[in-house]
Write a protein that binds this ligand. Structure first.
Ligand SMILES: *[C@@H]1O[C@H](CO)[C@@H](O)[C@H](O)[C@H]1NC(C)=O
Ligand SMILES: *[C@@H]1O[C@H](CO)[C@@H](O)[C@H](O)[C@H]1NC(C)=O
Ligand SMILES: *[C@@H]1O[C@H](CO)[C@@H](O)[C@H](O)[C@H]1NC(C)=O
Ligand SMILES: *[C@@H]1O[C@H](CO)[C@@H](O)[C@H](O)[C@H]1NC(C)=O
Ligand SMILES: *[C@@H]1O[C@H](CO)[C@@H](O)[C@H](O)[C@H]1NC(C)=O
Ligand SMILES: *[C@@H]1O[C@H](CO)[C@@H](O)[C@H](O)[C@H]1NC(C)=O
Ligand SMILES: *[C@@H]1O[C@H](CO)[C@@H](O)[C@H](O)[C@H]1NC(C)=O
Ligand SMILES: *[C@@H]1O[C@H](CO)[C@@H](O)[C@H](O)[C@H]1NC(C)=O
Ligand SMILES: *[C@@H]1O[C@H](CO)[C@@H](O)[C@H](O)[C@H]1NC(C)=O
Ligand SMILES: *[C@@H]1O[C@H](CO)[C@@H](O)[C@H](O)[C@H]1NC(C)=O
Ligand SMILES: *[C@@H]1O[C@H](CO)[C@@H](O)[C@H](O)[C@H]1NC(C)=O
Ligand SMILES: CC(=O)N[C@H]1CO[C@H](CO)[C@@H](O)[C@@H]1O
Length: 508
């Protein structure tokens, strides 16, 4: 008798599965249930016809478990949610896949609110949401293990909570292949969180056509392979991390815009190495415009990254970096041996301390086919180079930049710089300040401003023309001034060391 019931049940299940697969979207073995947010628990529910709509997602899951007894892993599940707001906790534990969509197929008609589908464990399934709005929802997914997650055309908004629980927290460590996170055509807006918005470890991440605006909270990727394209980050801030932070792993960010971010913590793109291996990083045709950075980490910060970083065809305009210790109005590179900047344009960027557009320390960087103009800082109007760096500049124009103290265009200390097929100008000869330990190799001859001869001629002219005590006094004044400047550089460099030290310890 028992086996007959089981057999009947099995036939029934197979029939349901089969009919659903034909009737629904043609996915083999898929079950689709209609779910509302009110009414009595009934099992089965949600299958249309005489069967009532499920009263909750938890009820629908019970029906799924009944329908798939013993076969649950083979059937995909879809919830079609009636219009309305959904607020209860729901933690499914075993499925092949769950896809959540509005019954009306209308974006914005289904709203999730509160702390939701949370704390999945490693169960090897796919979870997808289409056209769902998450309003004042956080801790939406906190998962460890092999869960592929996809959000298509979803909105995340209206959270203002100081809580260390991101919207999504995914950790695929230990999976044989990294699970996937896909965000397509989504909007993150009006989110102020004490935590990161998204925290992903050991995943493959694909973010496309997504807008992040008016948020406080970053996207933090650890040991993941991430691709971001066609996306926009505006008015994005973060308490603790950059808007995009990559620790280990690899990333491509392309055809994306970072603009009008007023960052009171850490810049907008940050690649740092941890003990984790890192693959290549590529910034390809991104625009970084009108960002104001108030702290010590610049718009783009590359720190201790051993793998290659290529910044290609990108534009950095009108970025100002306002902290008095700021270095690198567009990009700061420290401890990175393999950086290439190609076909980029840097215009009107500023840093208060060093390097109006680029600040390079303990790194090897090539800058080619690029333009840097109208940038300003205290030292190194366009580029600041120090601490055993190697910088190879070719086919690049570095023109019309401004420094308050030294190196209208470039300031170089304890480093090797080559400049070929390039143009450099300023009102003060080449505006290229070569300090101790700087070696410059250029097809433009000696471009270092302290050897330019201009100031020597002026001094000789003064001595010959005027003679006497006035000239001697003048020379003494010049020497004194130069020594004061030297002390000033010393202070700046001390400040710079302090800055790097500070950024290391405070951030990581
Ligand atoms: C679902 O399937 C898995 C794997 O076959 C099994 O371990 C689990 O007990 C099943 N759960 C239910 C509720 O049937
Ligand atoms: C999602 O919304 C779009 C536009 O409102 C609609 O064309 C599409 O069919 C919807 N898809 C689903 C699965 O709801
Ligand atoms: C995960 O699912 C795939 C197929 O979808 C299957 O081959 C694999 O054995 C599953 N792994 C675990 C740990 O269940
Ligand atoms: C932003 O979210 C808060 C809740 O955190 C809400 O009170 C406010 O109305 C939202 N603002 C807008 C413009 O939607
Ligand atoms: C991810 O999971 C691994 C193994 O379970 C754990 O060691 C690691 O601390 C987790 N990482 C994060 C960021 O949660
Ligand atoms: C980093 O991710 C890779 C897969 O992409 C994985 O093999 C490796 O174990 C992960 N490392 C750590 C420390 O989690
Ligand atoms: C340069 O950028 C600043 C903002 O950082 C802006 O106020 C200023 O108008 C810009 N100047 C030019 C000439 O574009
Ligand atoms: C830079 O600032 C100037 C002056 O405010 C403005 O005209 C220009 O559009 C800005 N450029 C970008 C790319 O934001
Ligand atoms: C700079 O060039 C000199 C001479 O070729 C070399 O000895 C030194 O190691 C170079 N410095 C760096 C940081 O590569
Ligand atoms: C400079 O340009 C010339 C002519 O195109 C080319 O032969 C040479 O290799 C270039 N030098 C560098 C360092 O790129
Ligand atoms: C690089 O500059 C040299 C000299 O100015 C020029 O002959 C050459 O065509 C340039 N190369 C490219 C690829 O623009
Ligand atoms: C000579 C010249 O054009 N200098 C410009 C360098 O950049 C600063 C900052 O944008 C401008 O103020 C200068 O006019």
């Amino acid at each position: 008798m028992k086996s007959l019931i089981s057999f009947t049940c099995l036939i029934f299940c197979l029939f349901i599965v089969f009919s659903q697969s034909v009737a629904a979207d043609g996915i083999k073995g898929s079950i689709s249930l209609i779910v509302g947010n009110q009414g009595q628990s009934v099992n089965p529910c949600g299958q249309g016809g005489q069967v009532p709509v499920c009263a909750s997602m938890a009820d629908a899951y019970q029906t799924y478990l009944t329908m798939t007894q013993g076969l649950n892993y083979t059937s995909s599940l879809q919830f079609e949610l009636m219009d309305g707001t959904y607020g209860s906790n729901f933690s499914p534990s075993w499925m092949k896949s769950l896809s959540i969509i509005p019954f009306s197929r209308t974006k914005g008609s289904v709203v999730f609110t509160g702390a939701y589908i949370n704390n999945f464990v490693a169960n090897n399934y796919t979870l997808s949401f289409t056209n769902i709005t998450f309003s004042n929802a956080y801790g939406i997914i906190g998962a460890t293990g092999a869960i592929d997650v996809e959000f298509d055309s979803c909105t995340f908004g209206n959270v203002n909570i100081d809580l260390t629980n991101p919207l999504l927290s995914l950790n695929g460590t230990g999976c044989s292949t990294p699970p996937q996170l896909v965000l397509n055509n989504c909007l993150f807006n009006n989110l102020t969180m004490g935590a990161d918005l998204i925290d992903v470890t050991s995943y493959t991440v694909t973010i496309t056509n997504t807008v992040v605006s008016n948020v406080c909270g970053g996207f933090y990727f650890t040991n993941s392979s991430t691709t971001i394209s066609g996306s926009q980050f505006t008015q994005a801030n973060s308490y603790s991390f950059a808007t995009l932070l990559f620790e280990g792993g690899s990333a491509t960010v392309k055809d994306s815009v970072f603009s009008e971010n007023i960052v009171s913590s850490i810049g907008i793109f940050e690649a740092i190495n941890s003990p984790l291996p890192s693959g290549p990083f590529l910034l390809d045709h991104i625009s970084v415009n009108e960002n104001t950075i108030q702290t010590i980490i610049p718009p783009v910060y590359i720190f201790n990254v051993q793998s290659s970083v290529v910044i290609l065809g990108s534009v950095f305009t009108n970025n100002s970096f306002e902290n008095h210790n700021s270095a690198g109005g567009a990009i700061q590179i420290t401890l990175a041996p393999n950086i290439a900047i190609q076909y980029c344009t840097f215009t009107n960027n500023s840093a208060l301390l060093n390097g109006g557009s680029l600040s390079i320390s303990k790194s090897t960087v090539s800058v080619s086919f690029s333009l840097i103009d109208q940038s300003s800082s205290s030292v190194g109007g366009a580029i600041y180079v120090d601490d055993n760096s190697v910088v190879n500049i070719k086919n690049t124009s570095i023109i019309d930049n401004y420094s308050k103290n030294s190196g209208q265009n470039v300031y170089c200390k304890n480093s090797n710089i080559s400049v070929y097929n390039s143009s450099i100008n300023s009102y003060n000869h080449y505006g290229f300040s070569c300090q101790s330990g700087c070696s410059v190799d250029s097809d433009m001859g000696n471009i270092c401003e302290h050897n330019s001869g201009l100031s020597k001629k002026v001094i000789i002219g003064l001595v010959v023309g005027l003679g006497g005590s006035i000239a001697v006094l003048f020379i003494v004044l010049l020497i004194l001034r130069r020594q004061r400047n030297k002390r000033h550089y010393q202070r700046i460099n001390d400040g710079d060391h302090h800055h790097h030290h500070h950024s290391n310890t405070s951030t990581y």
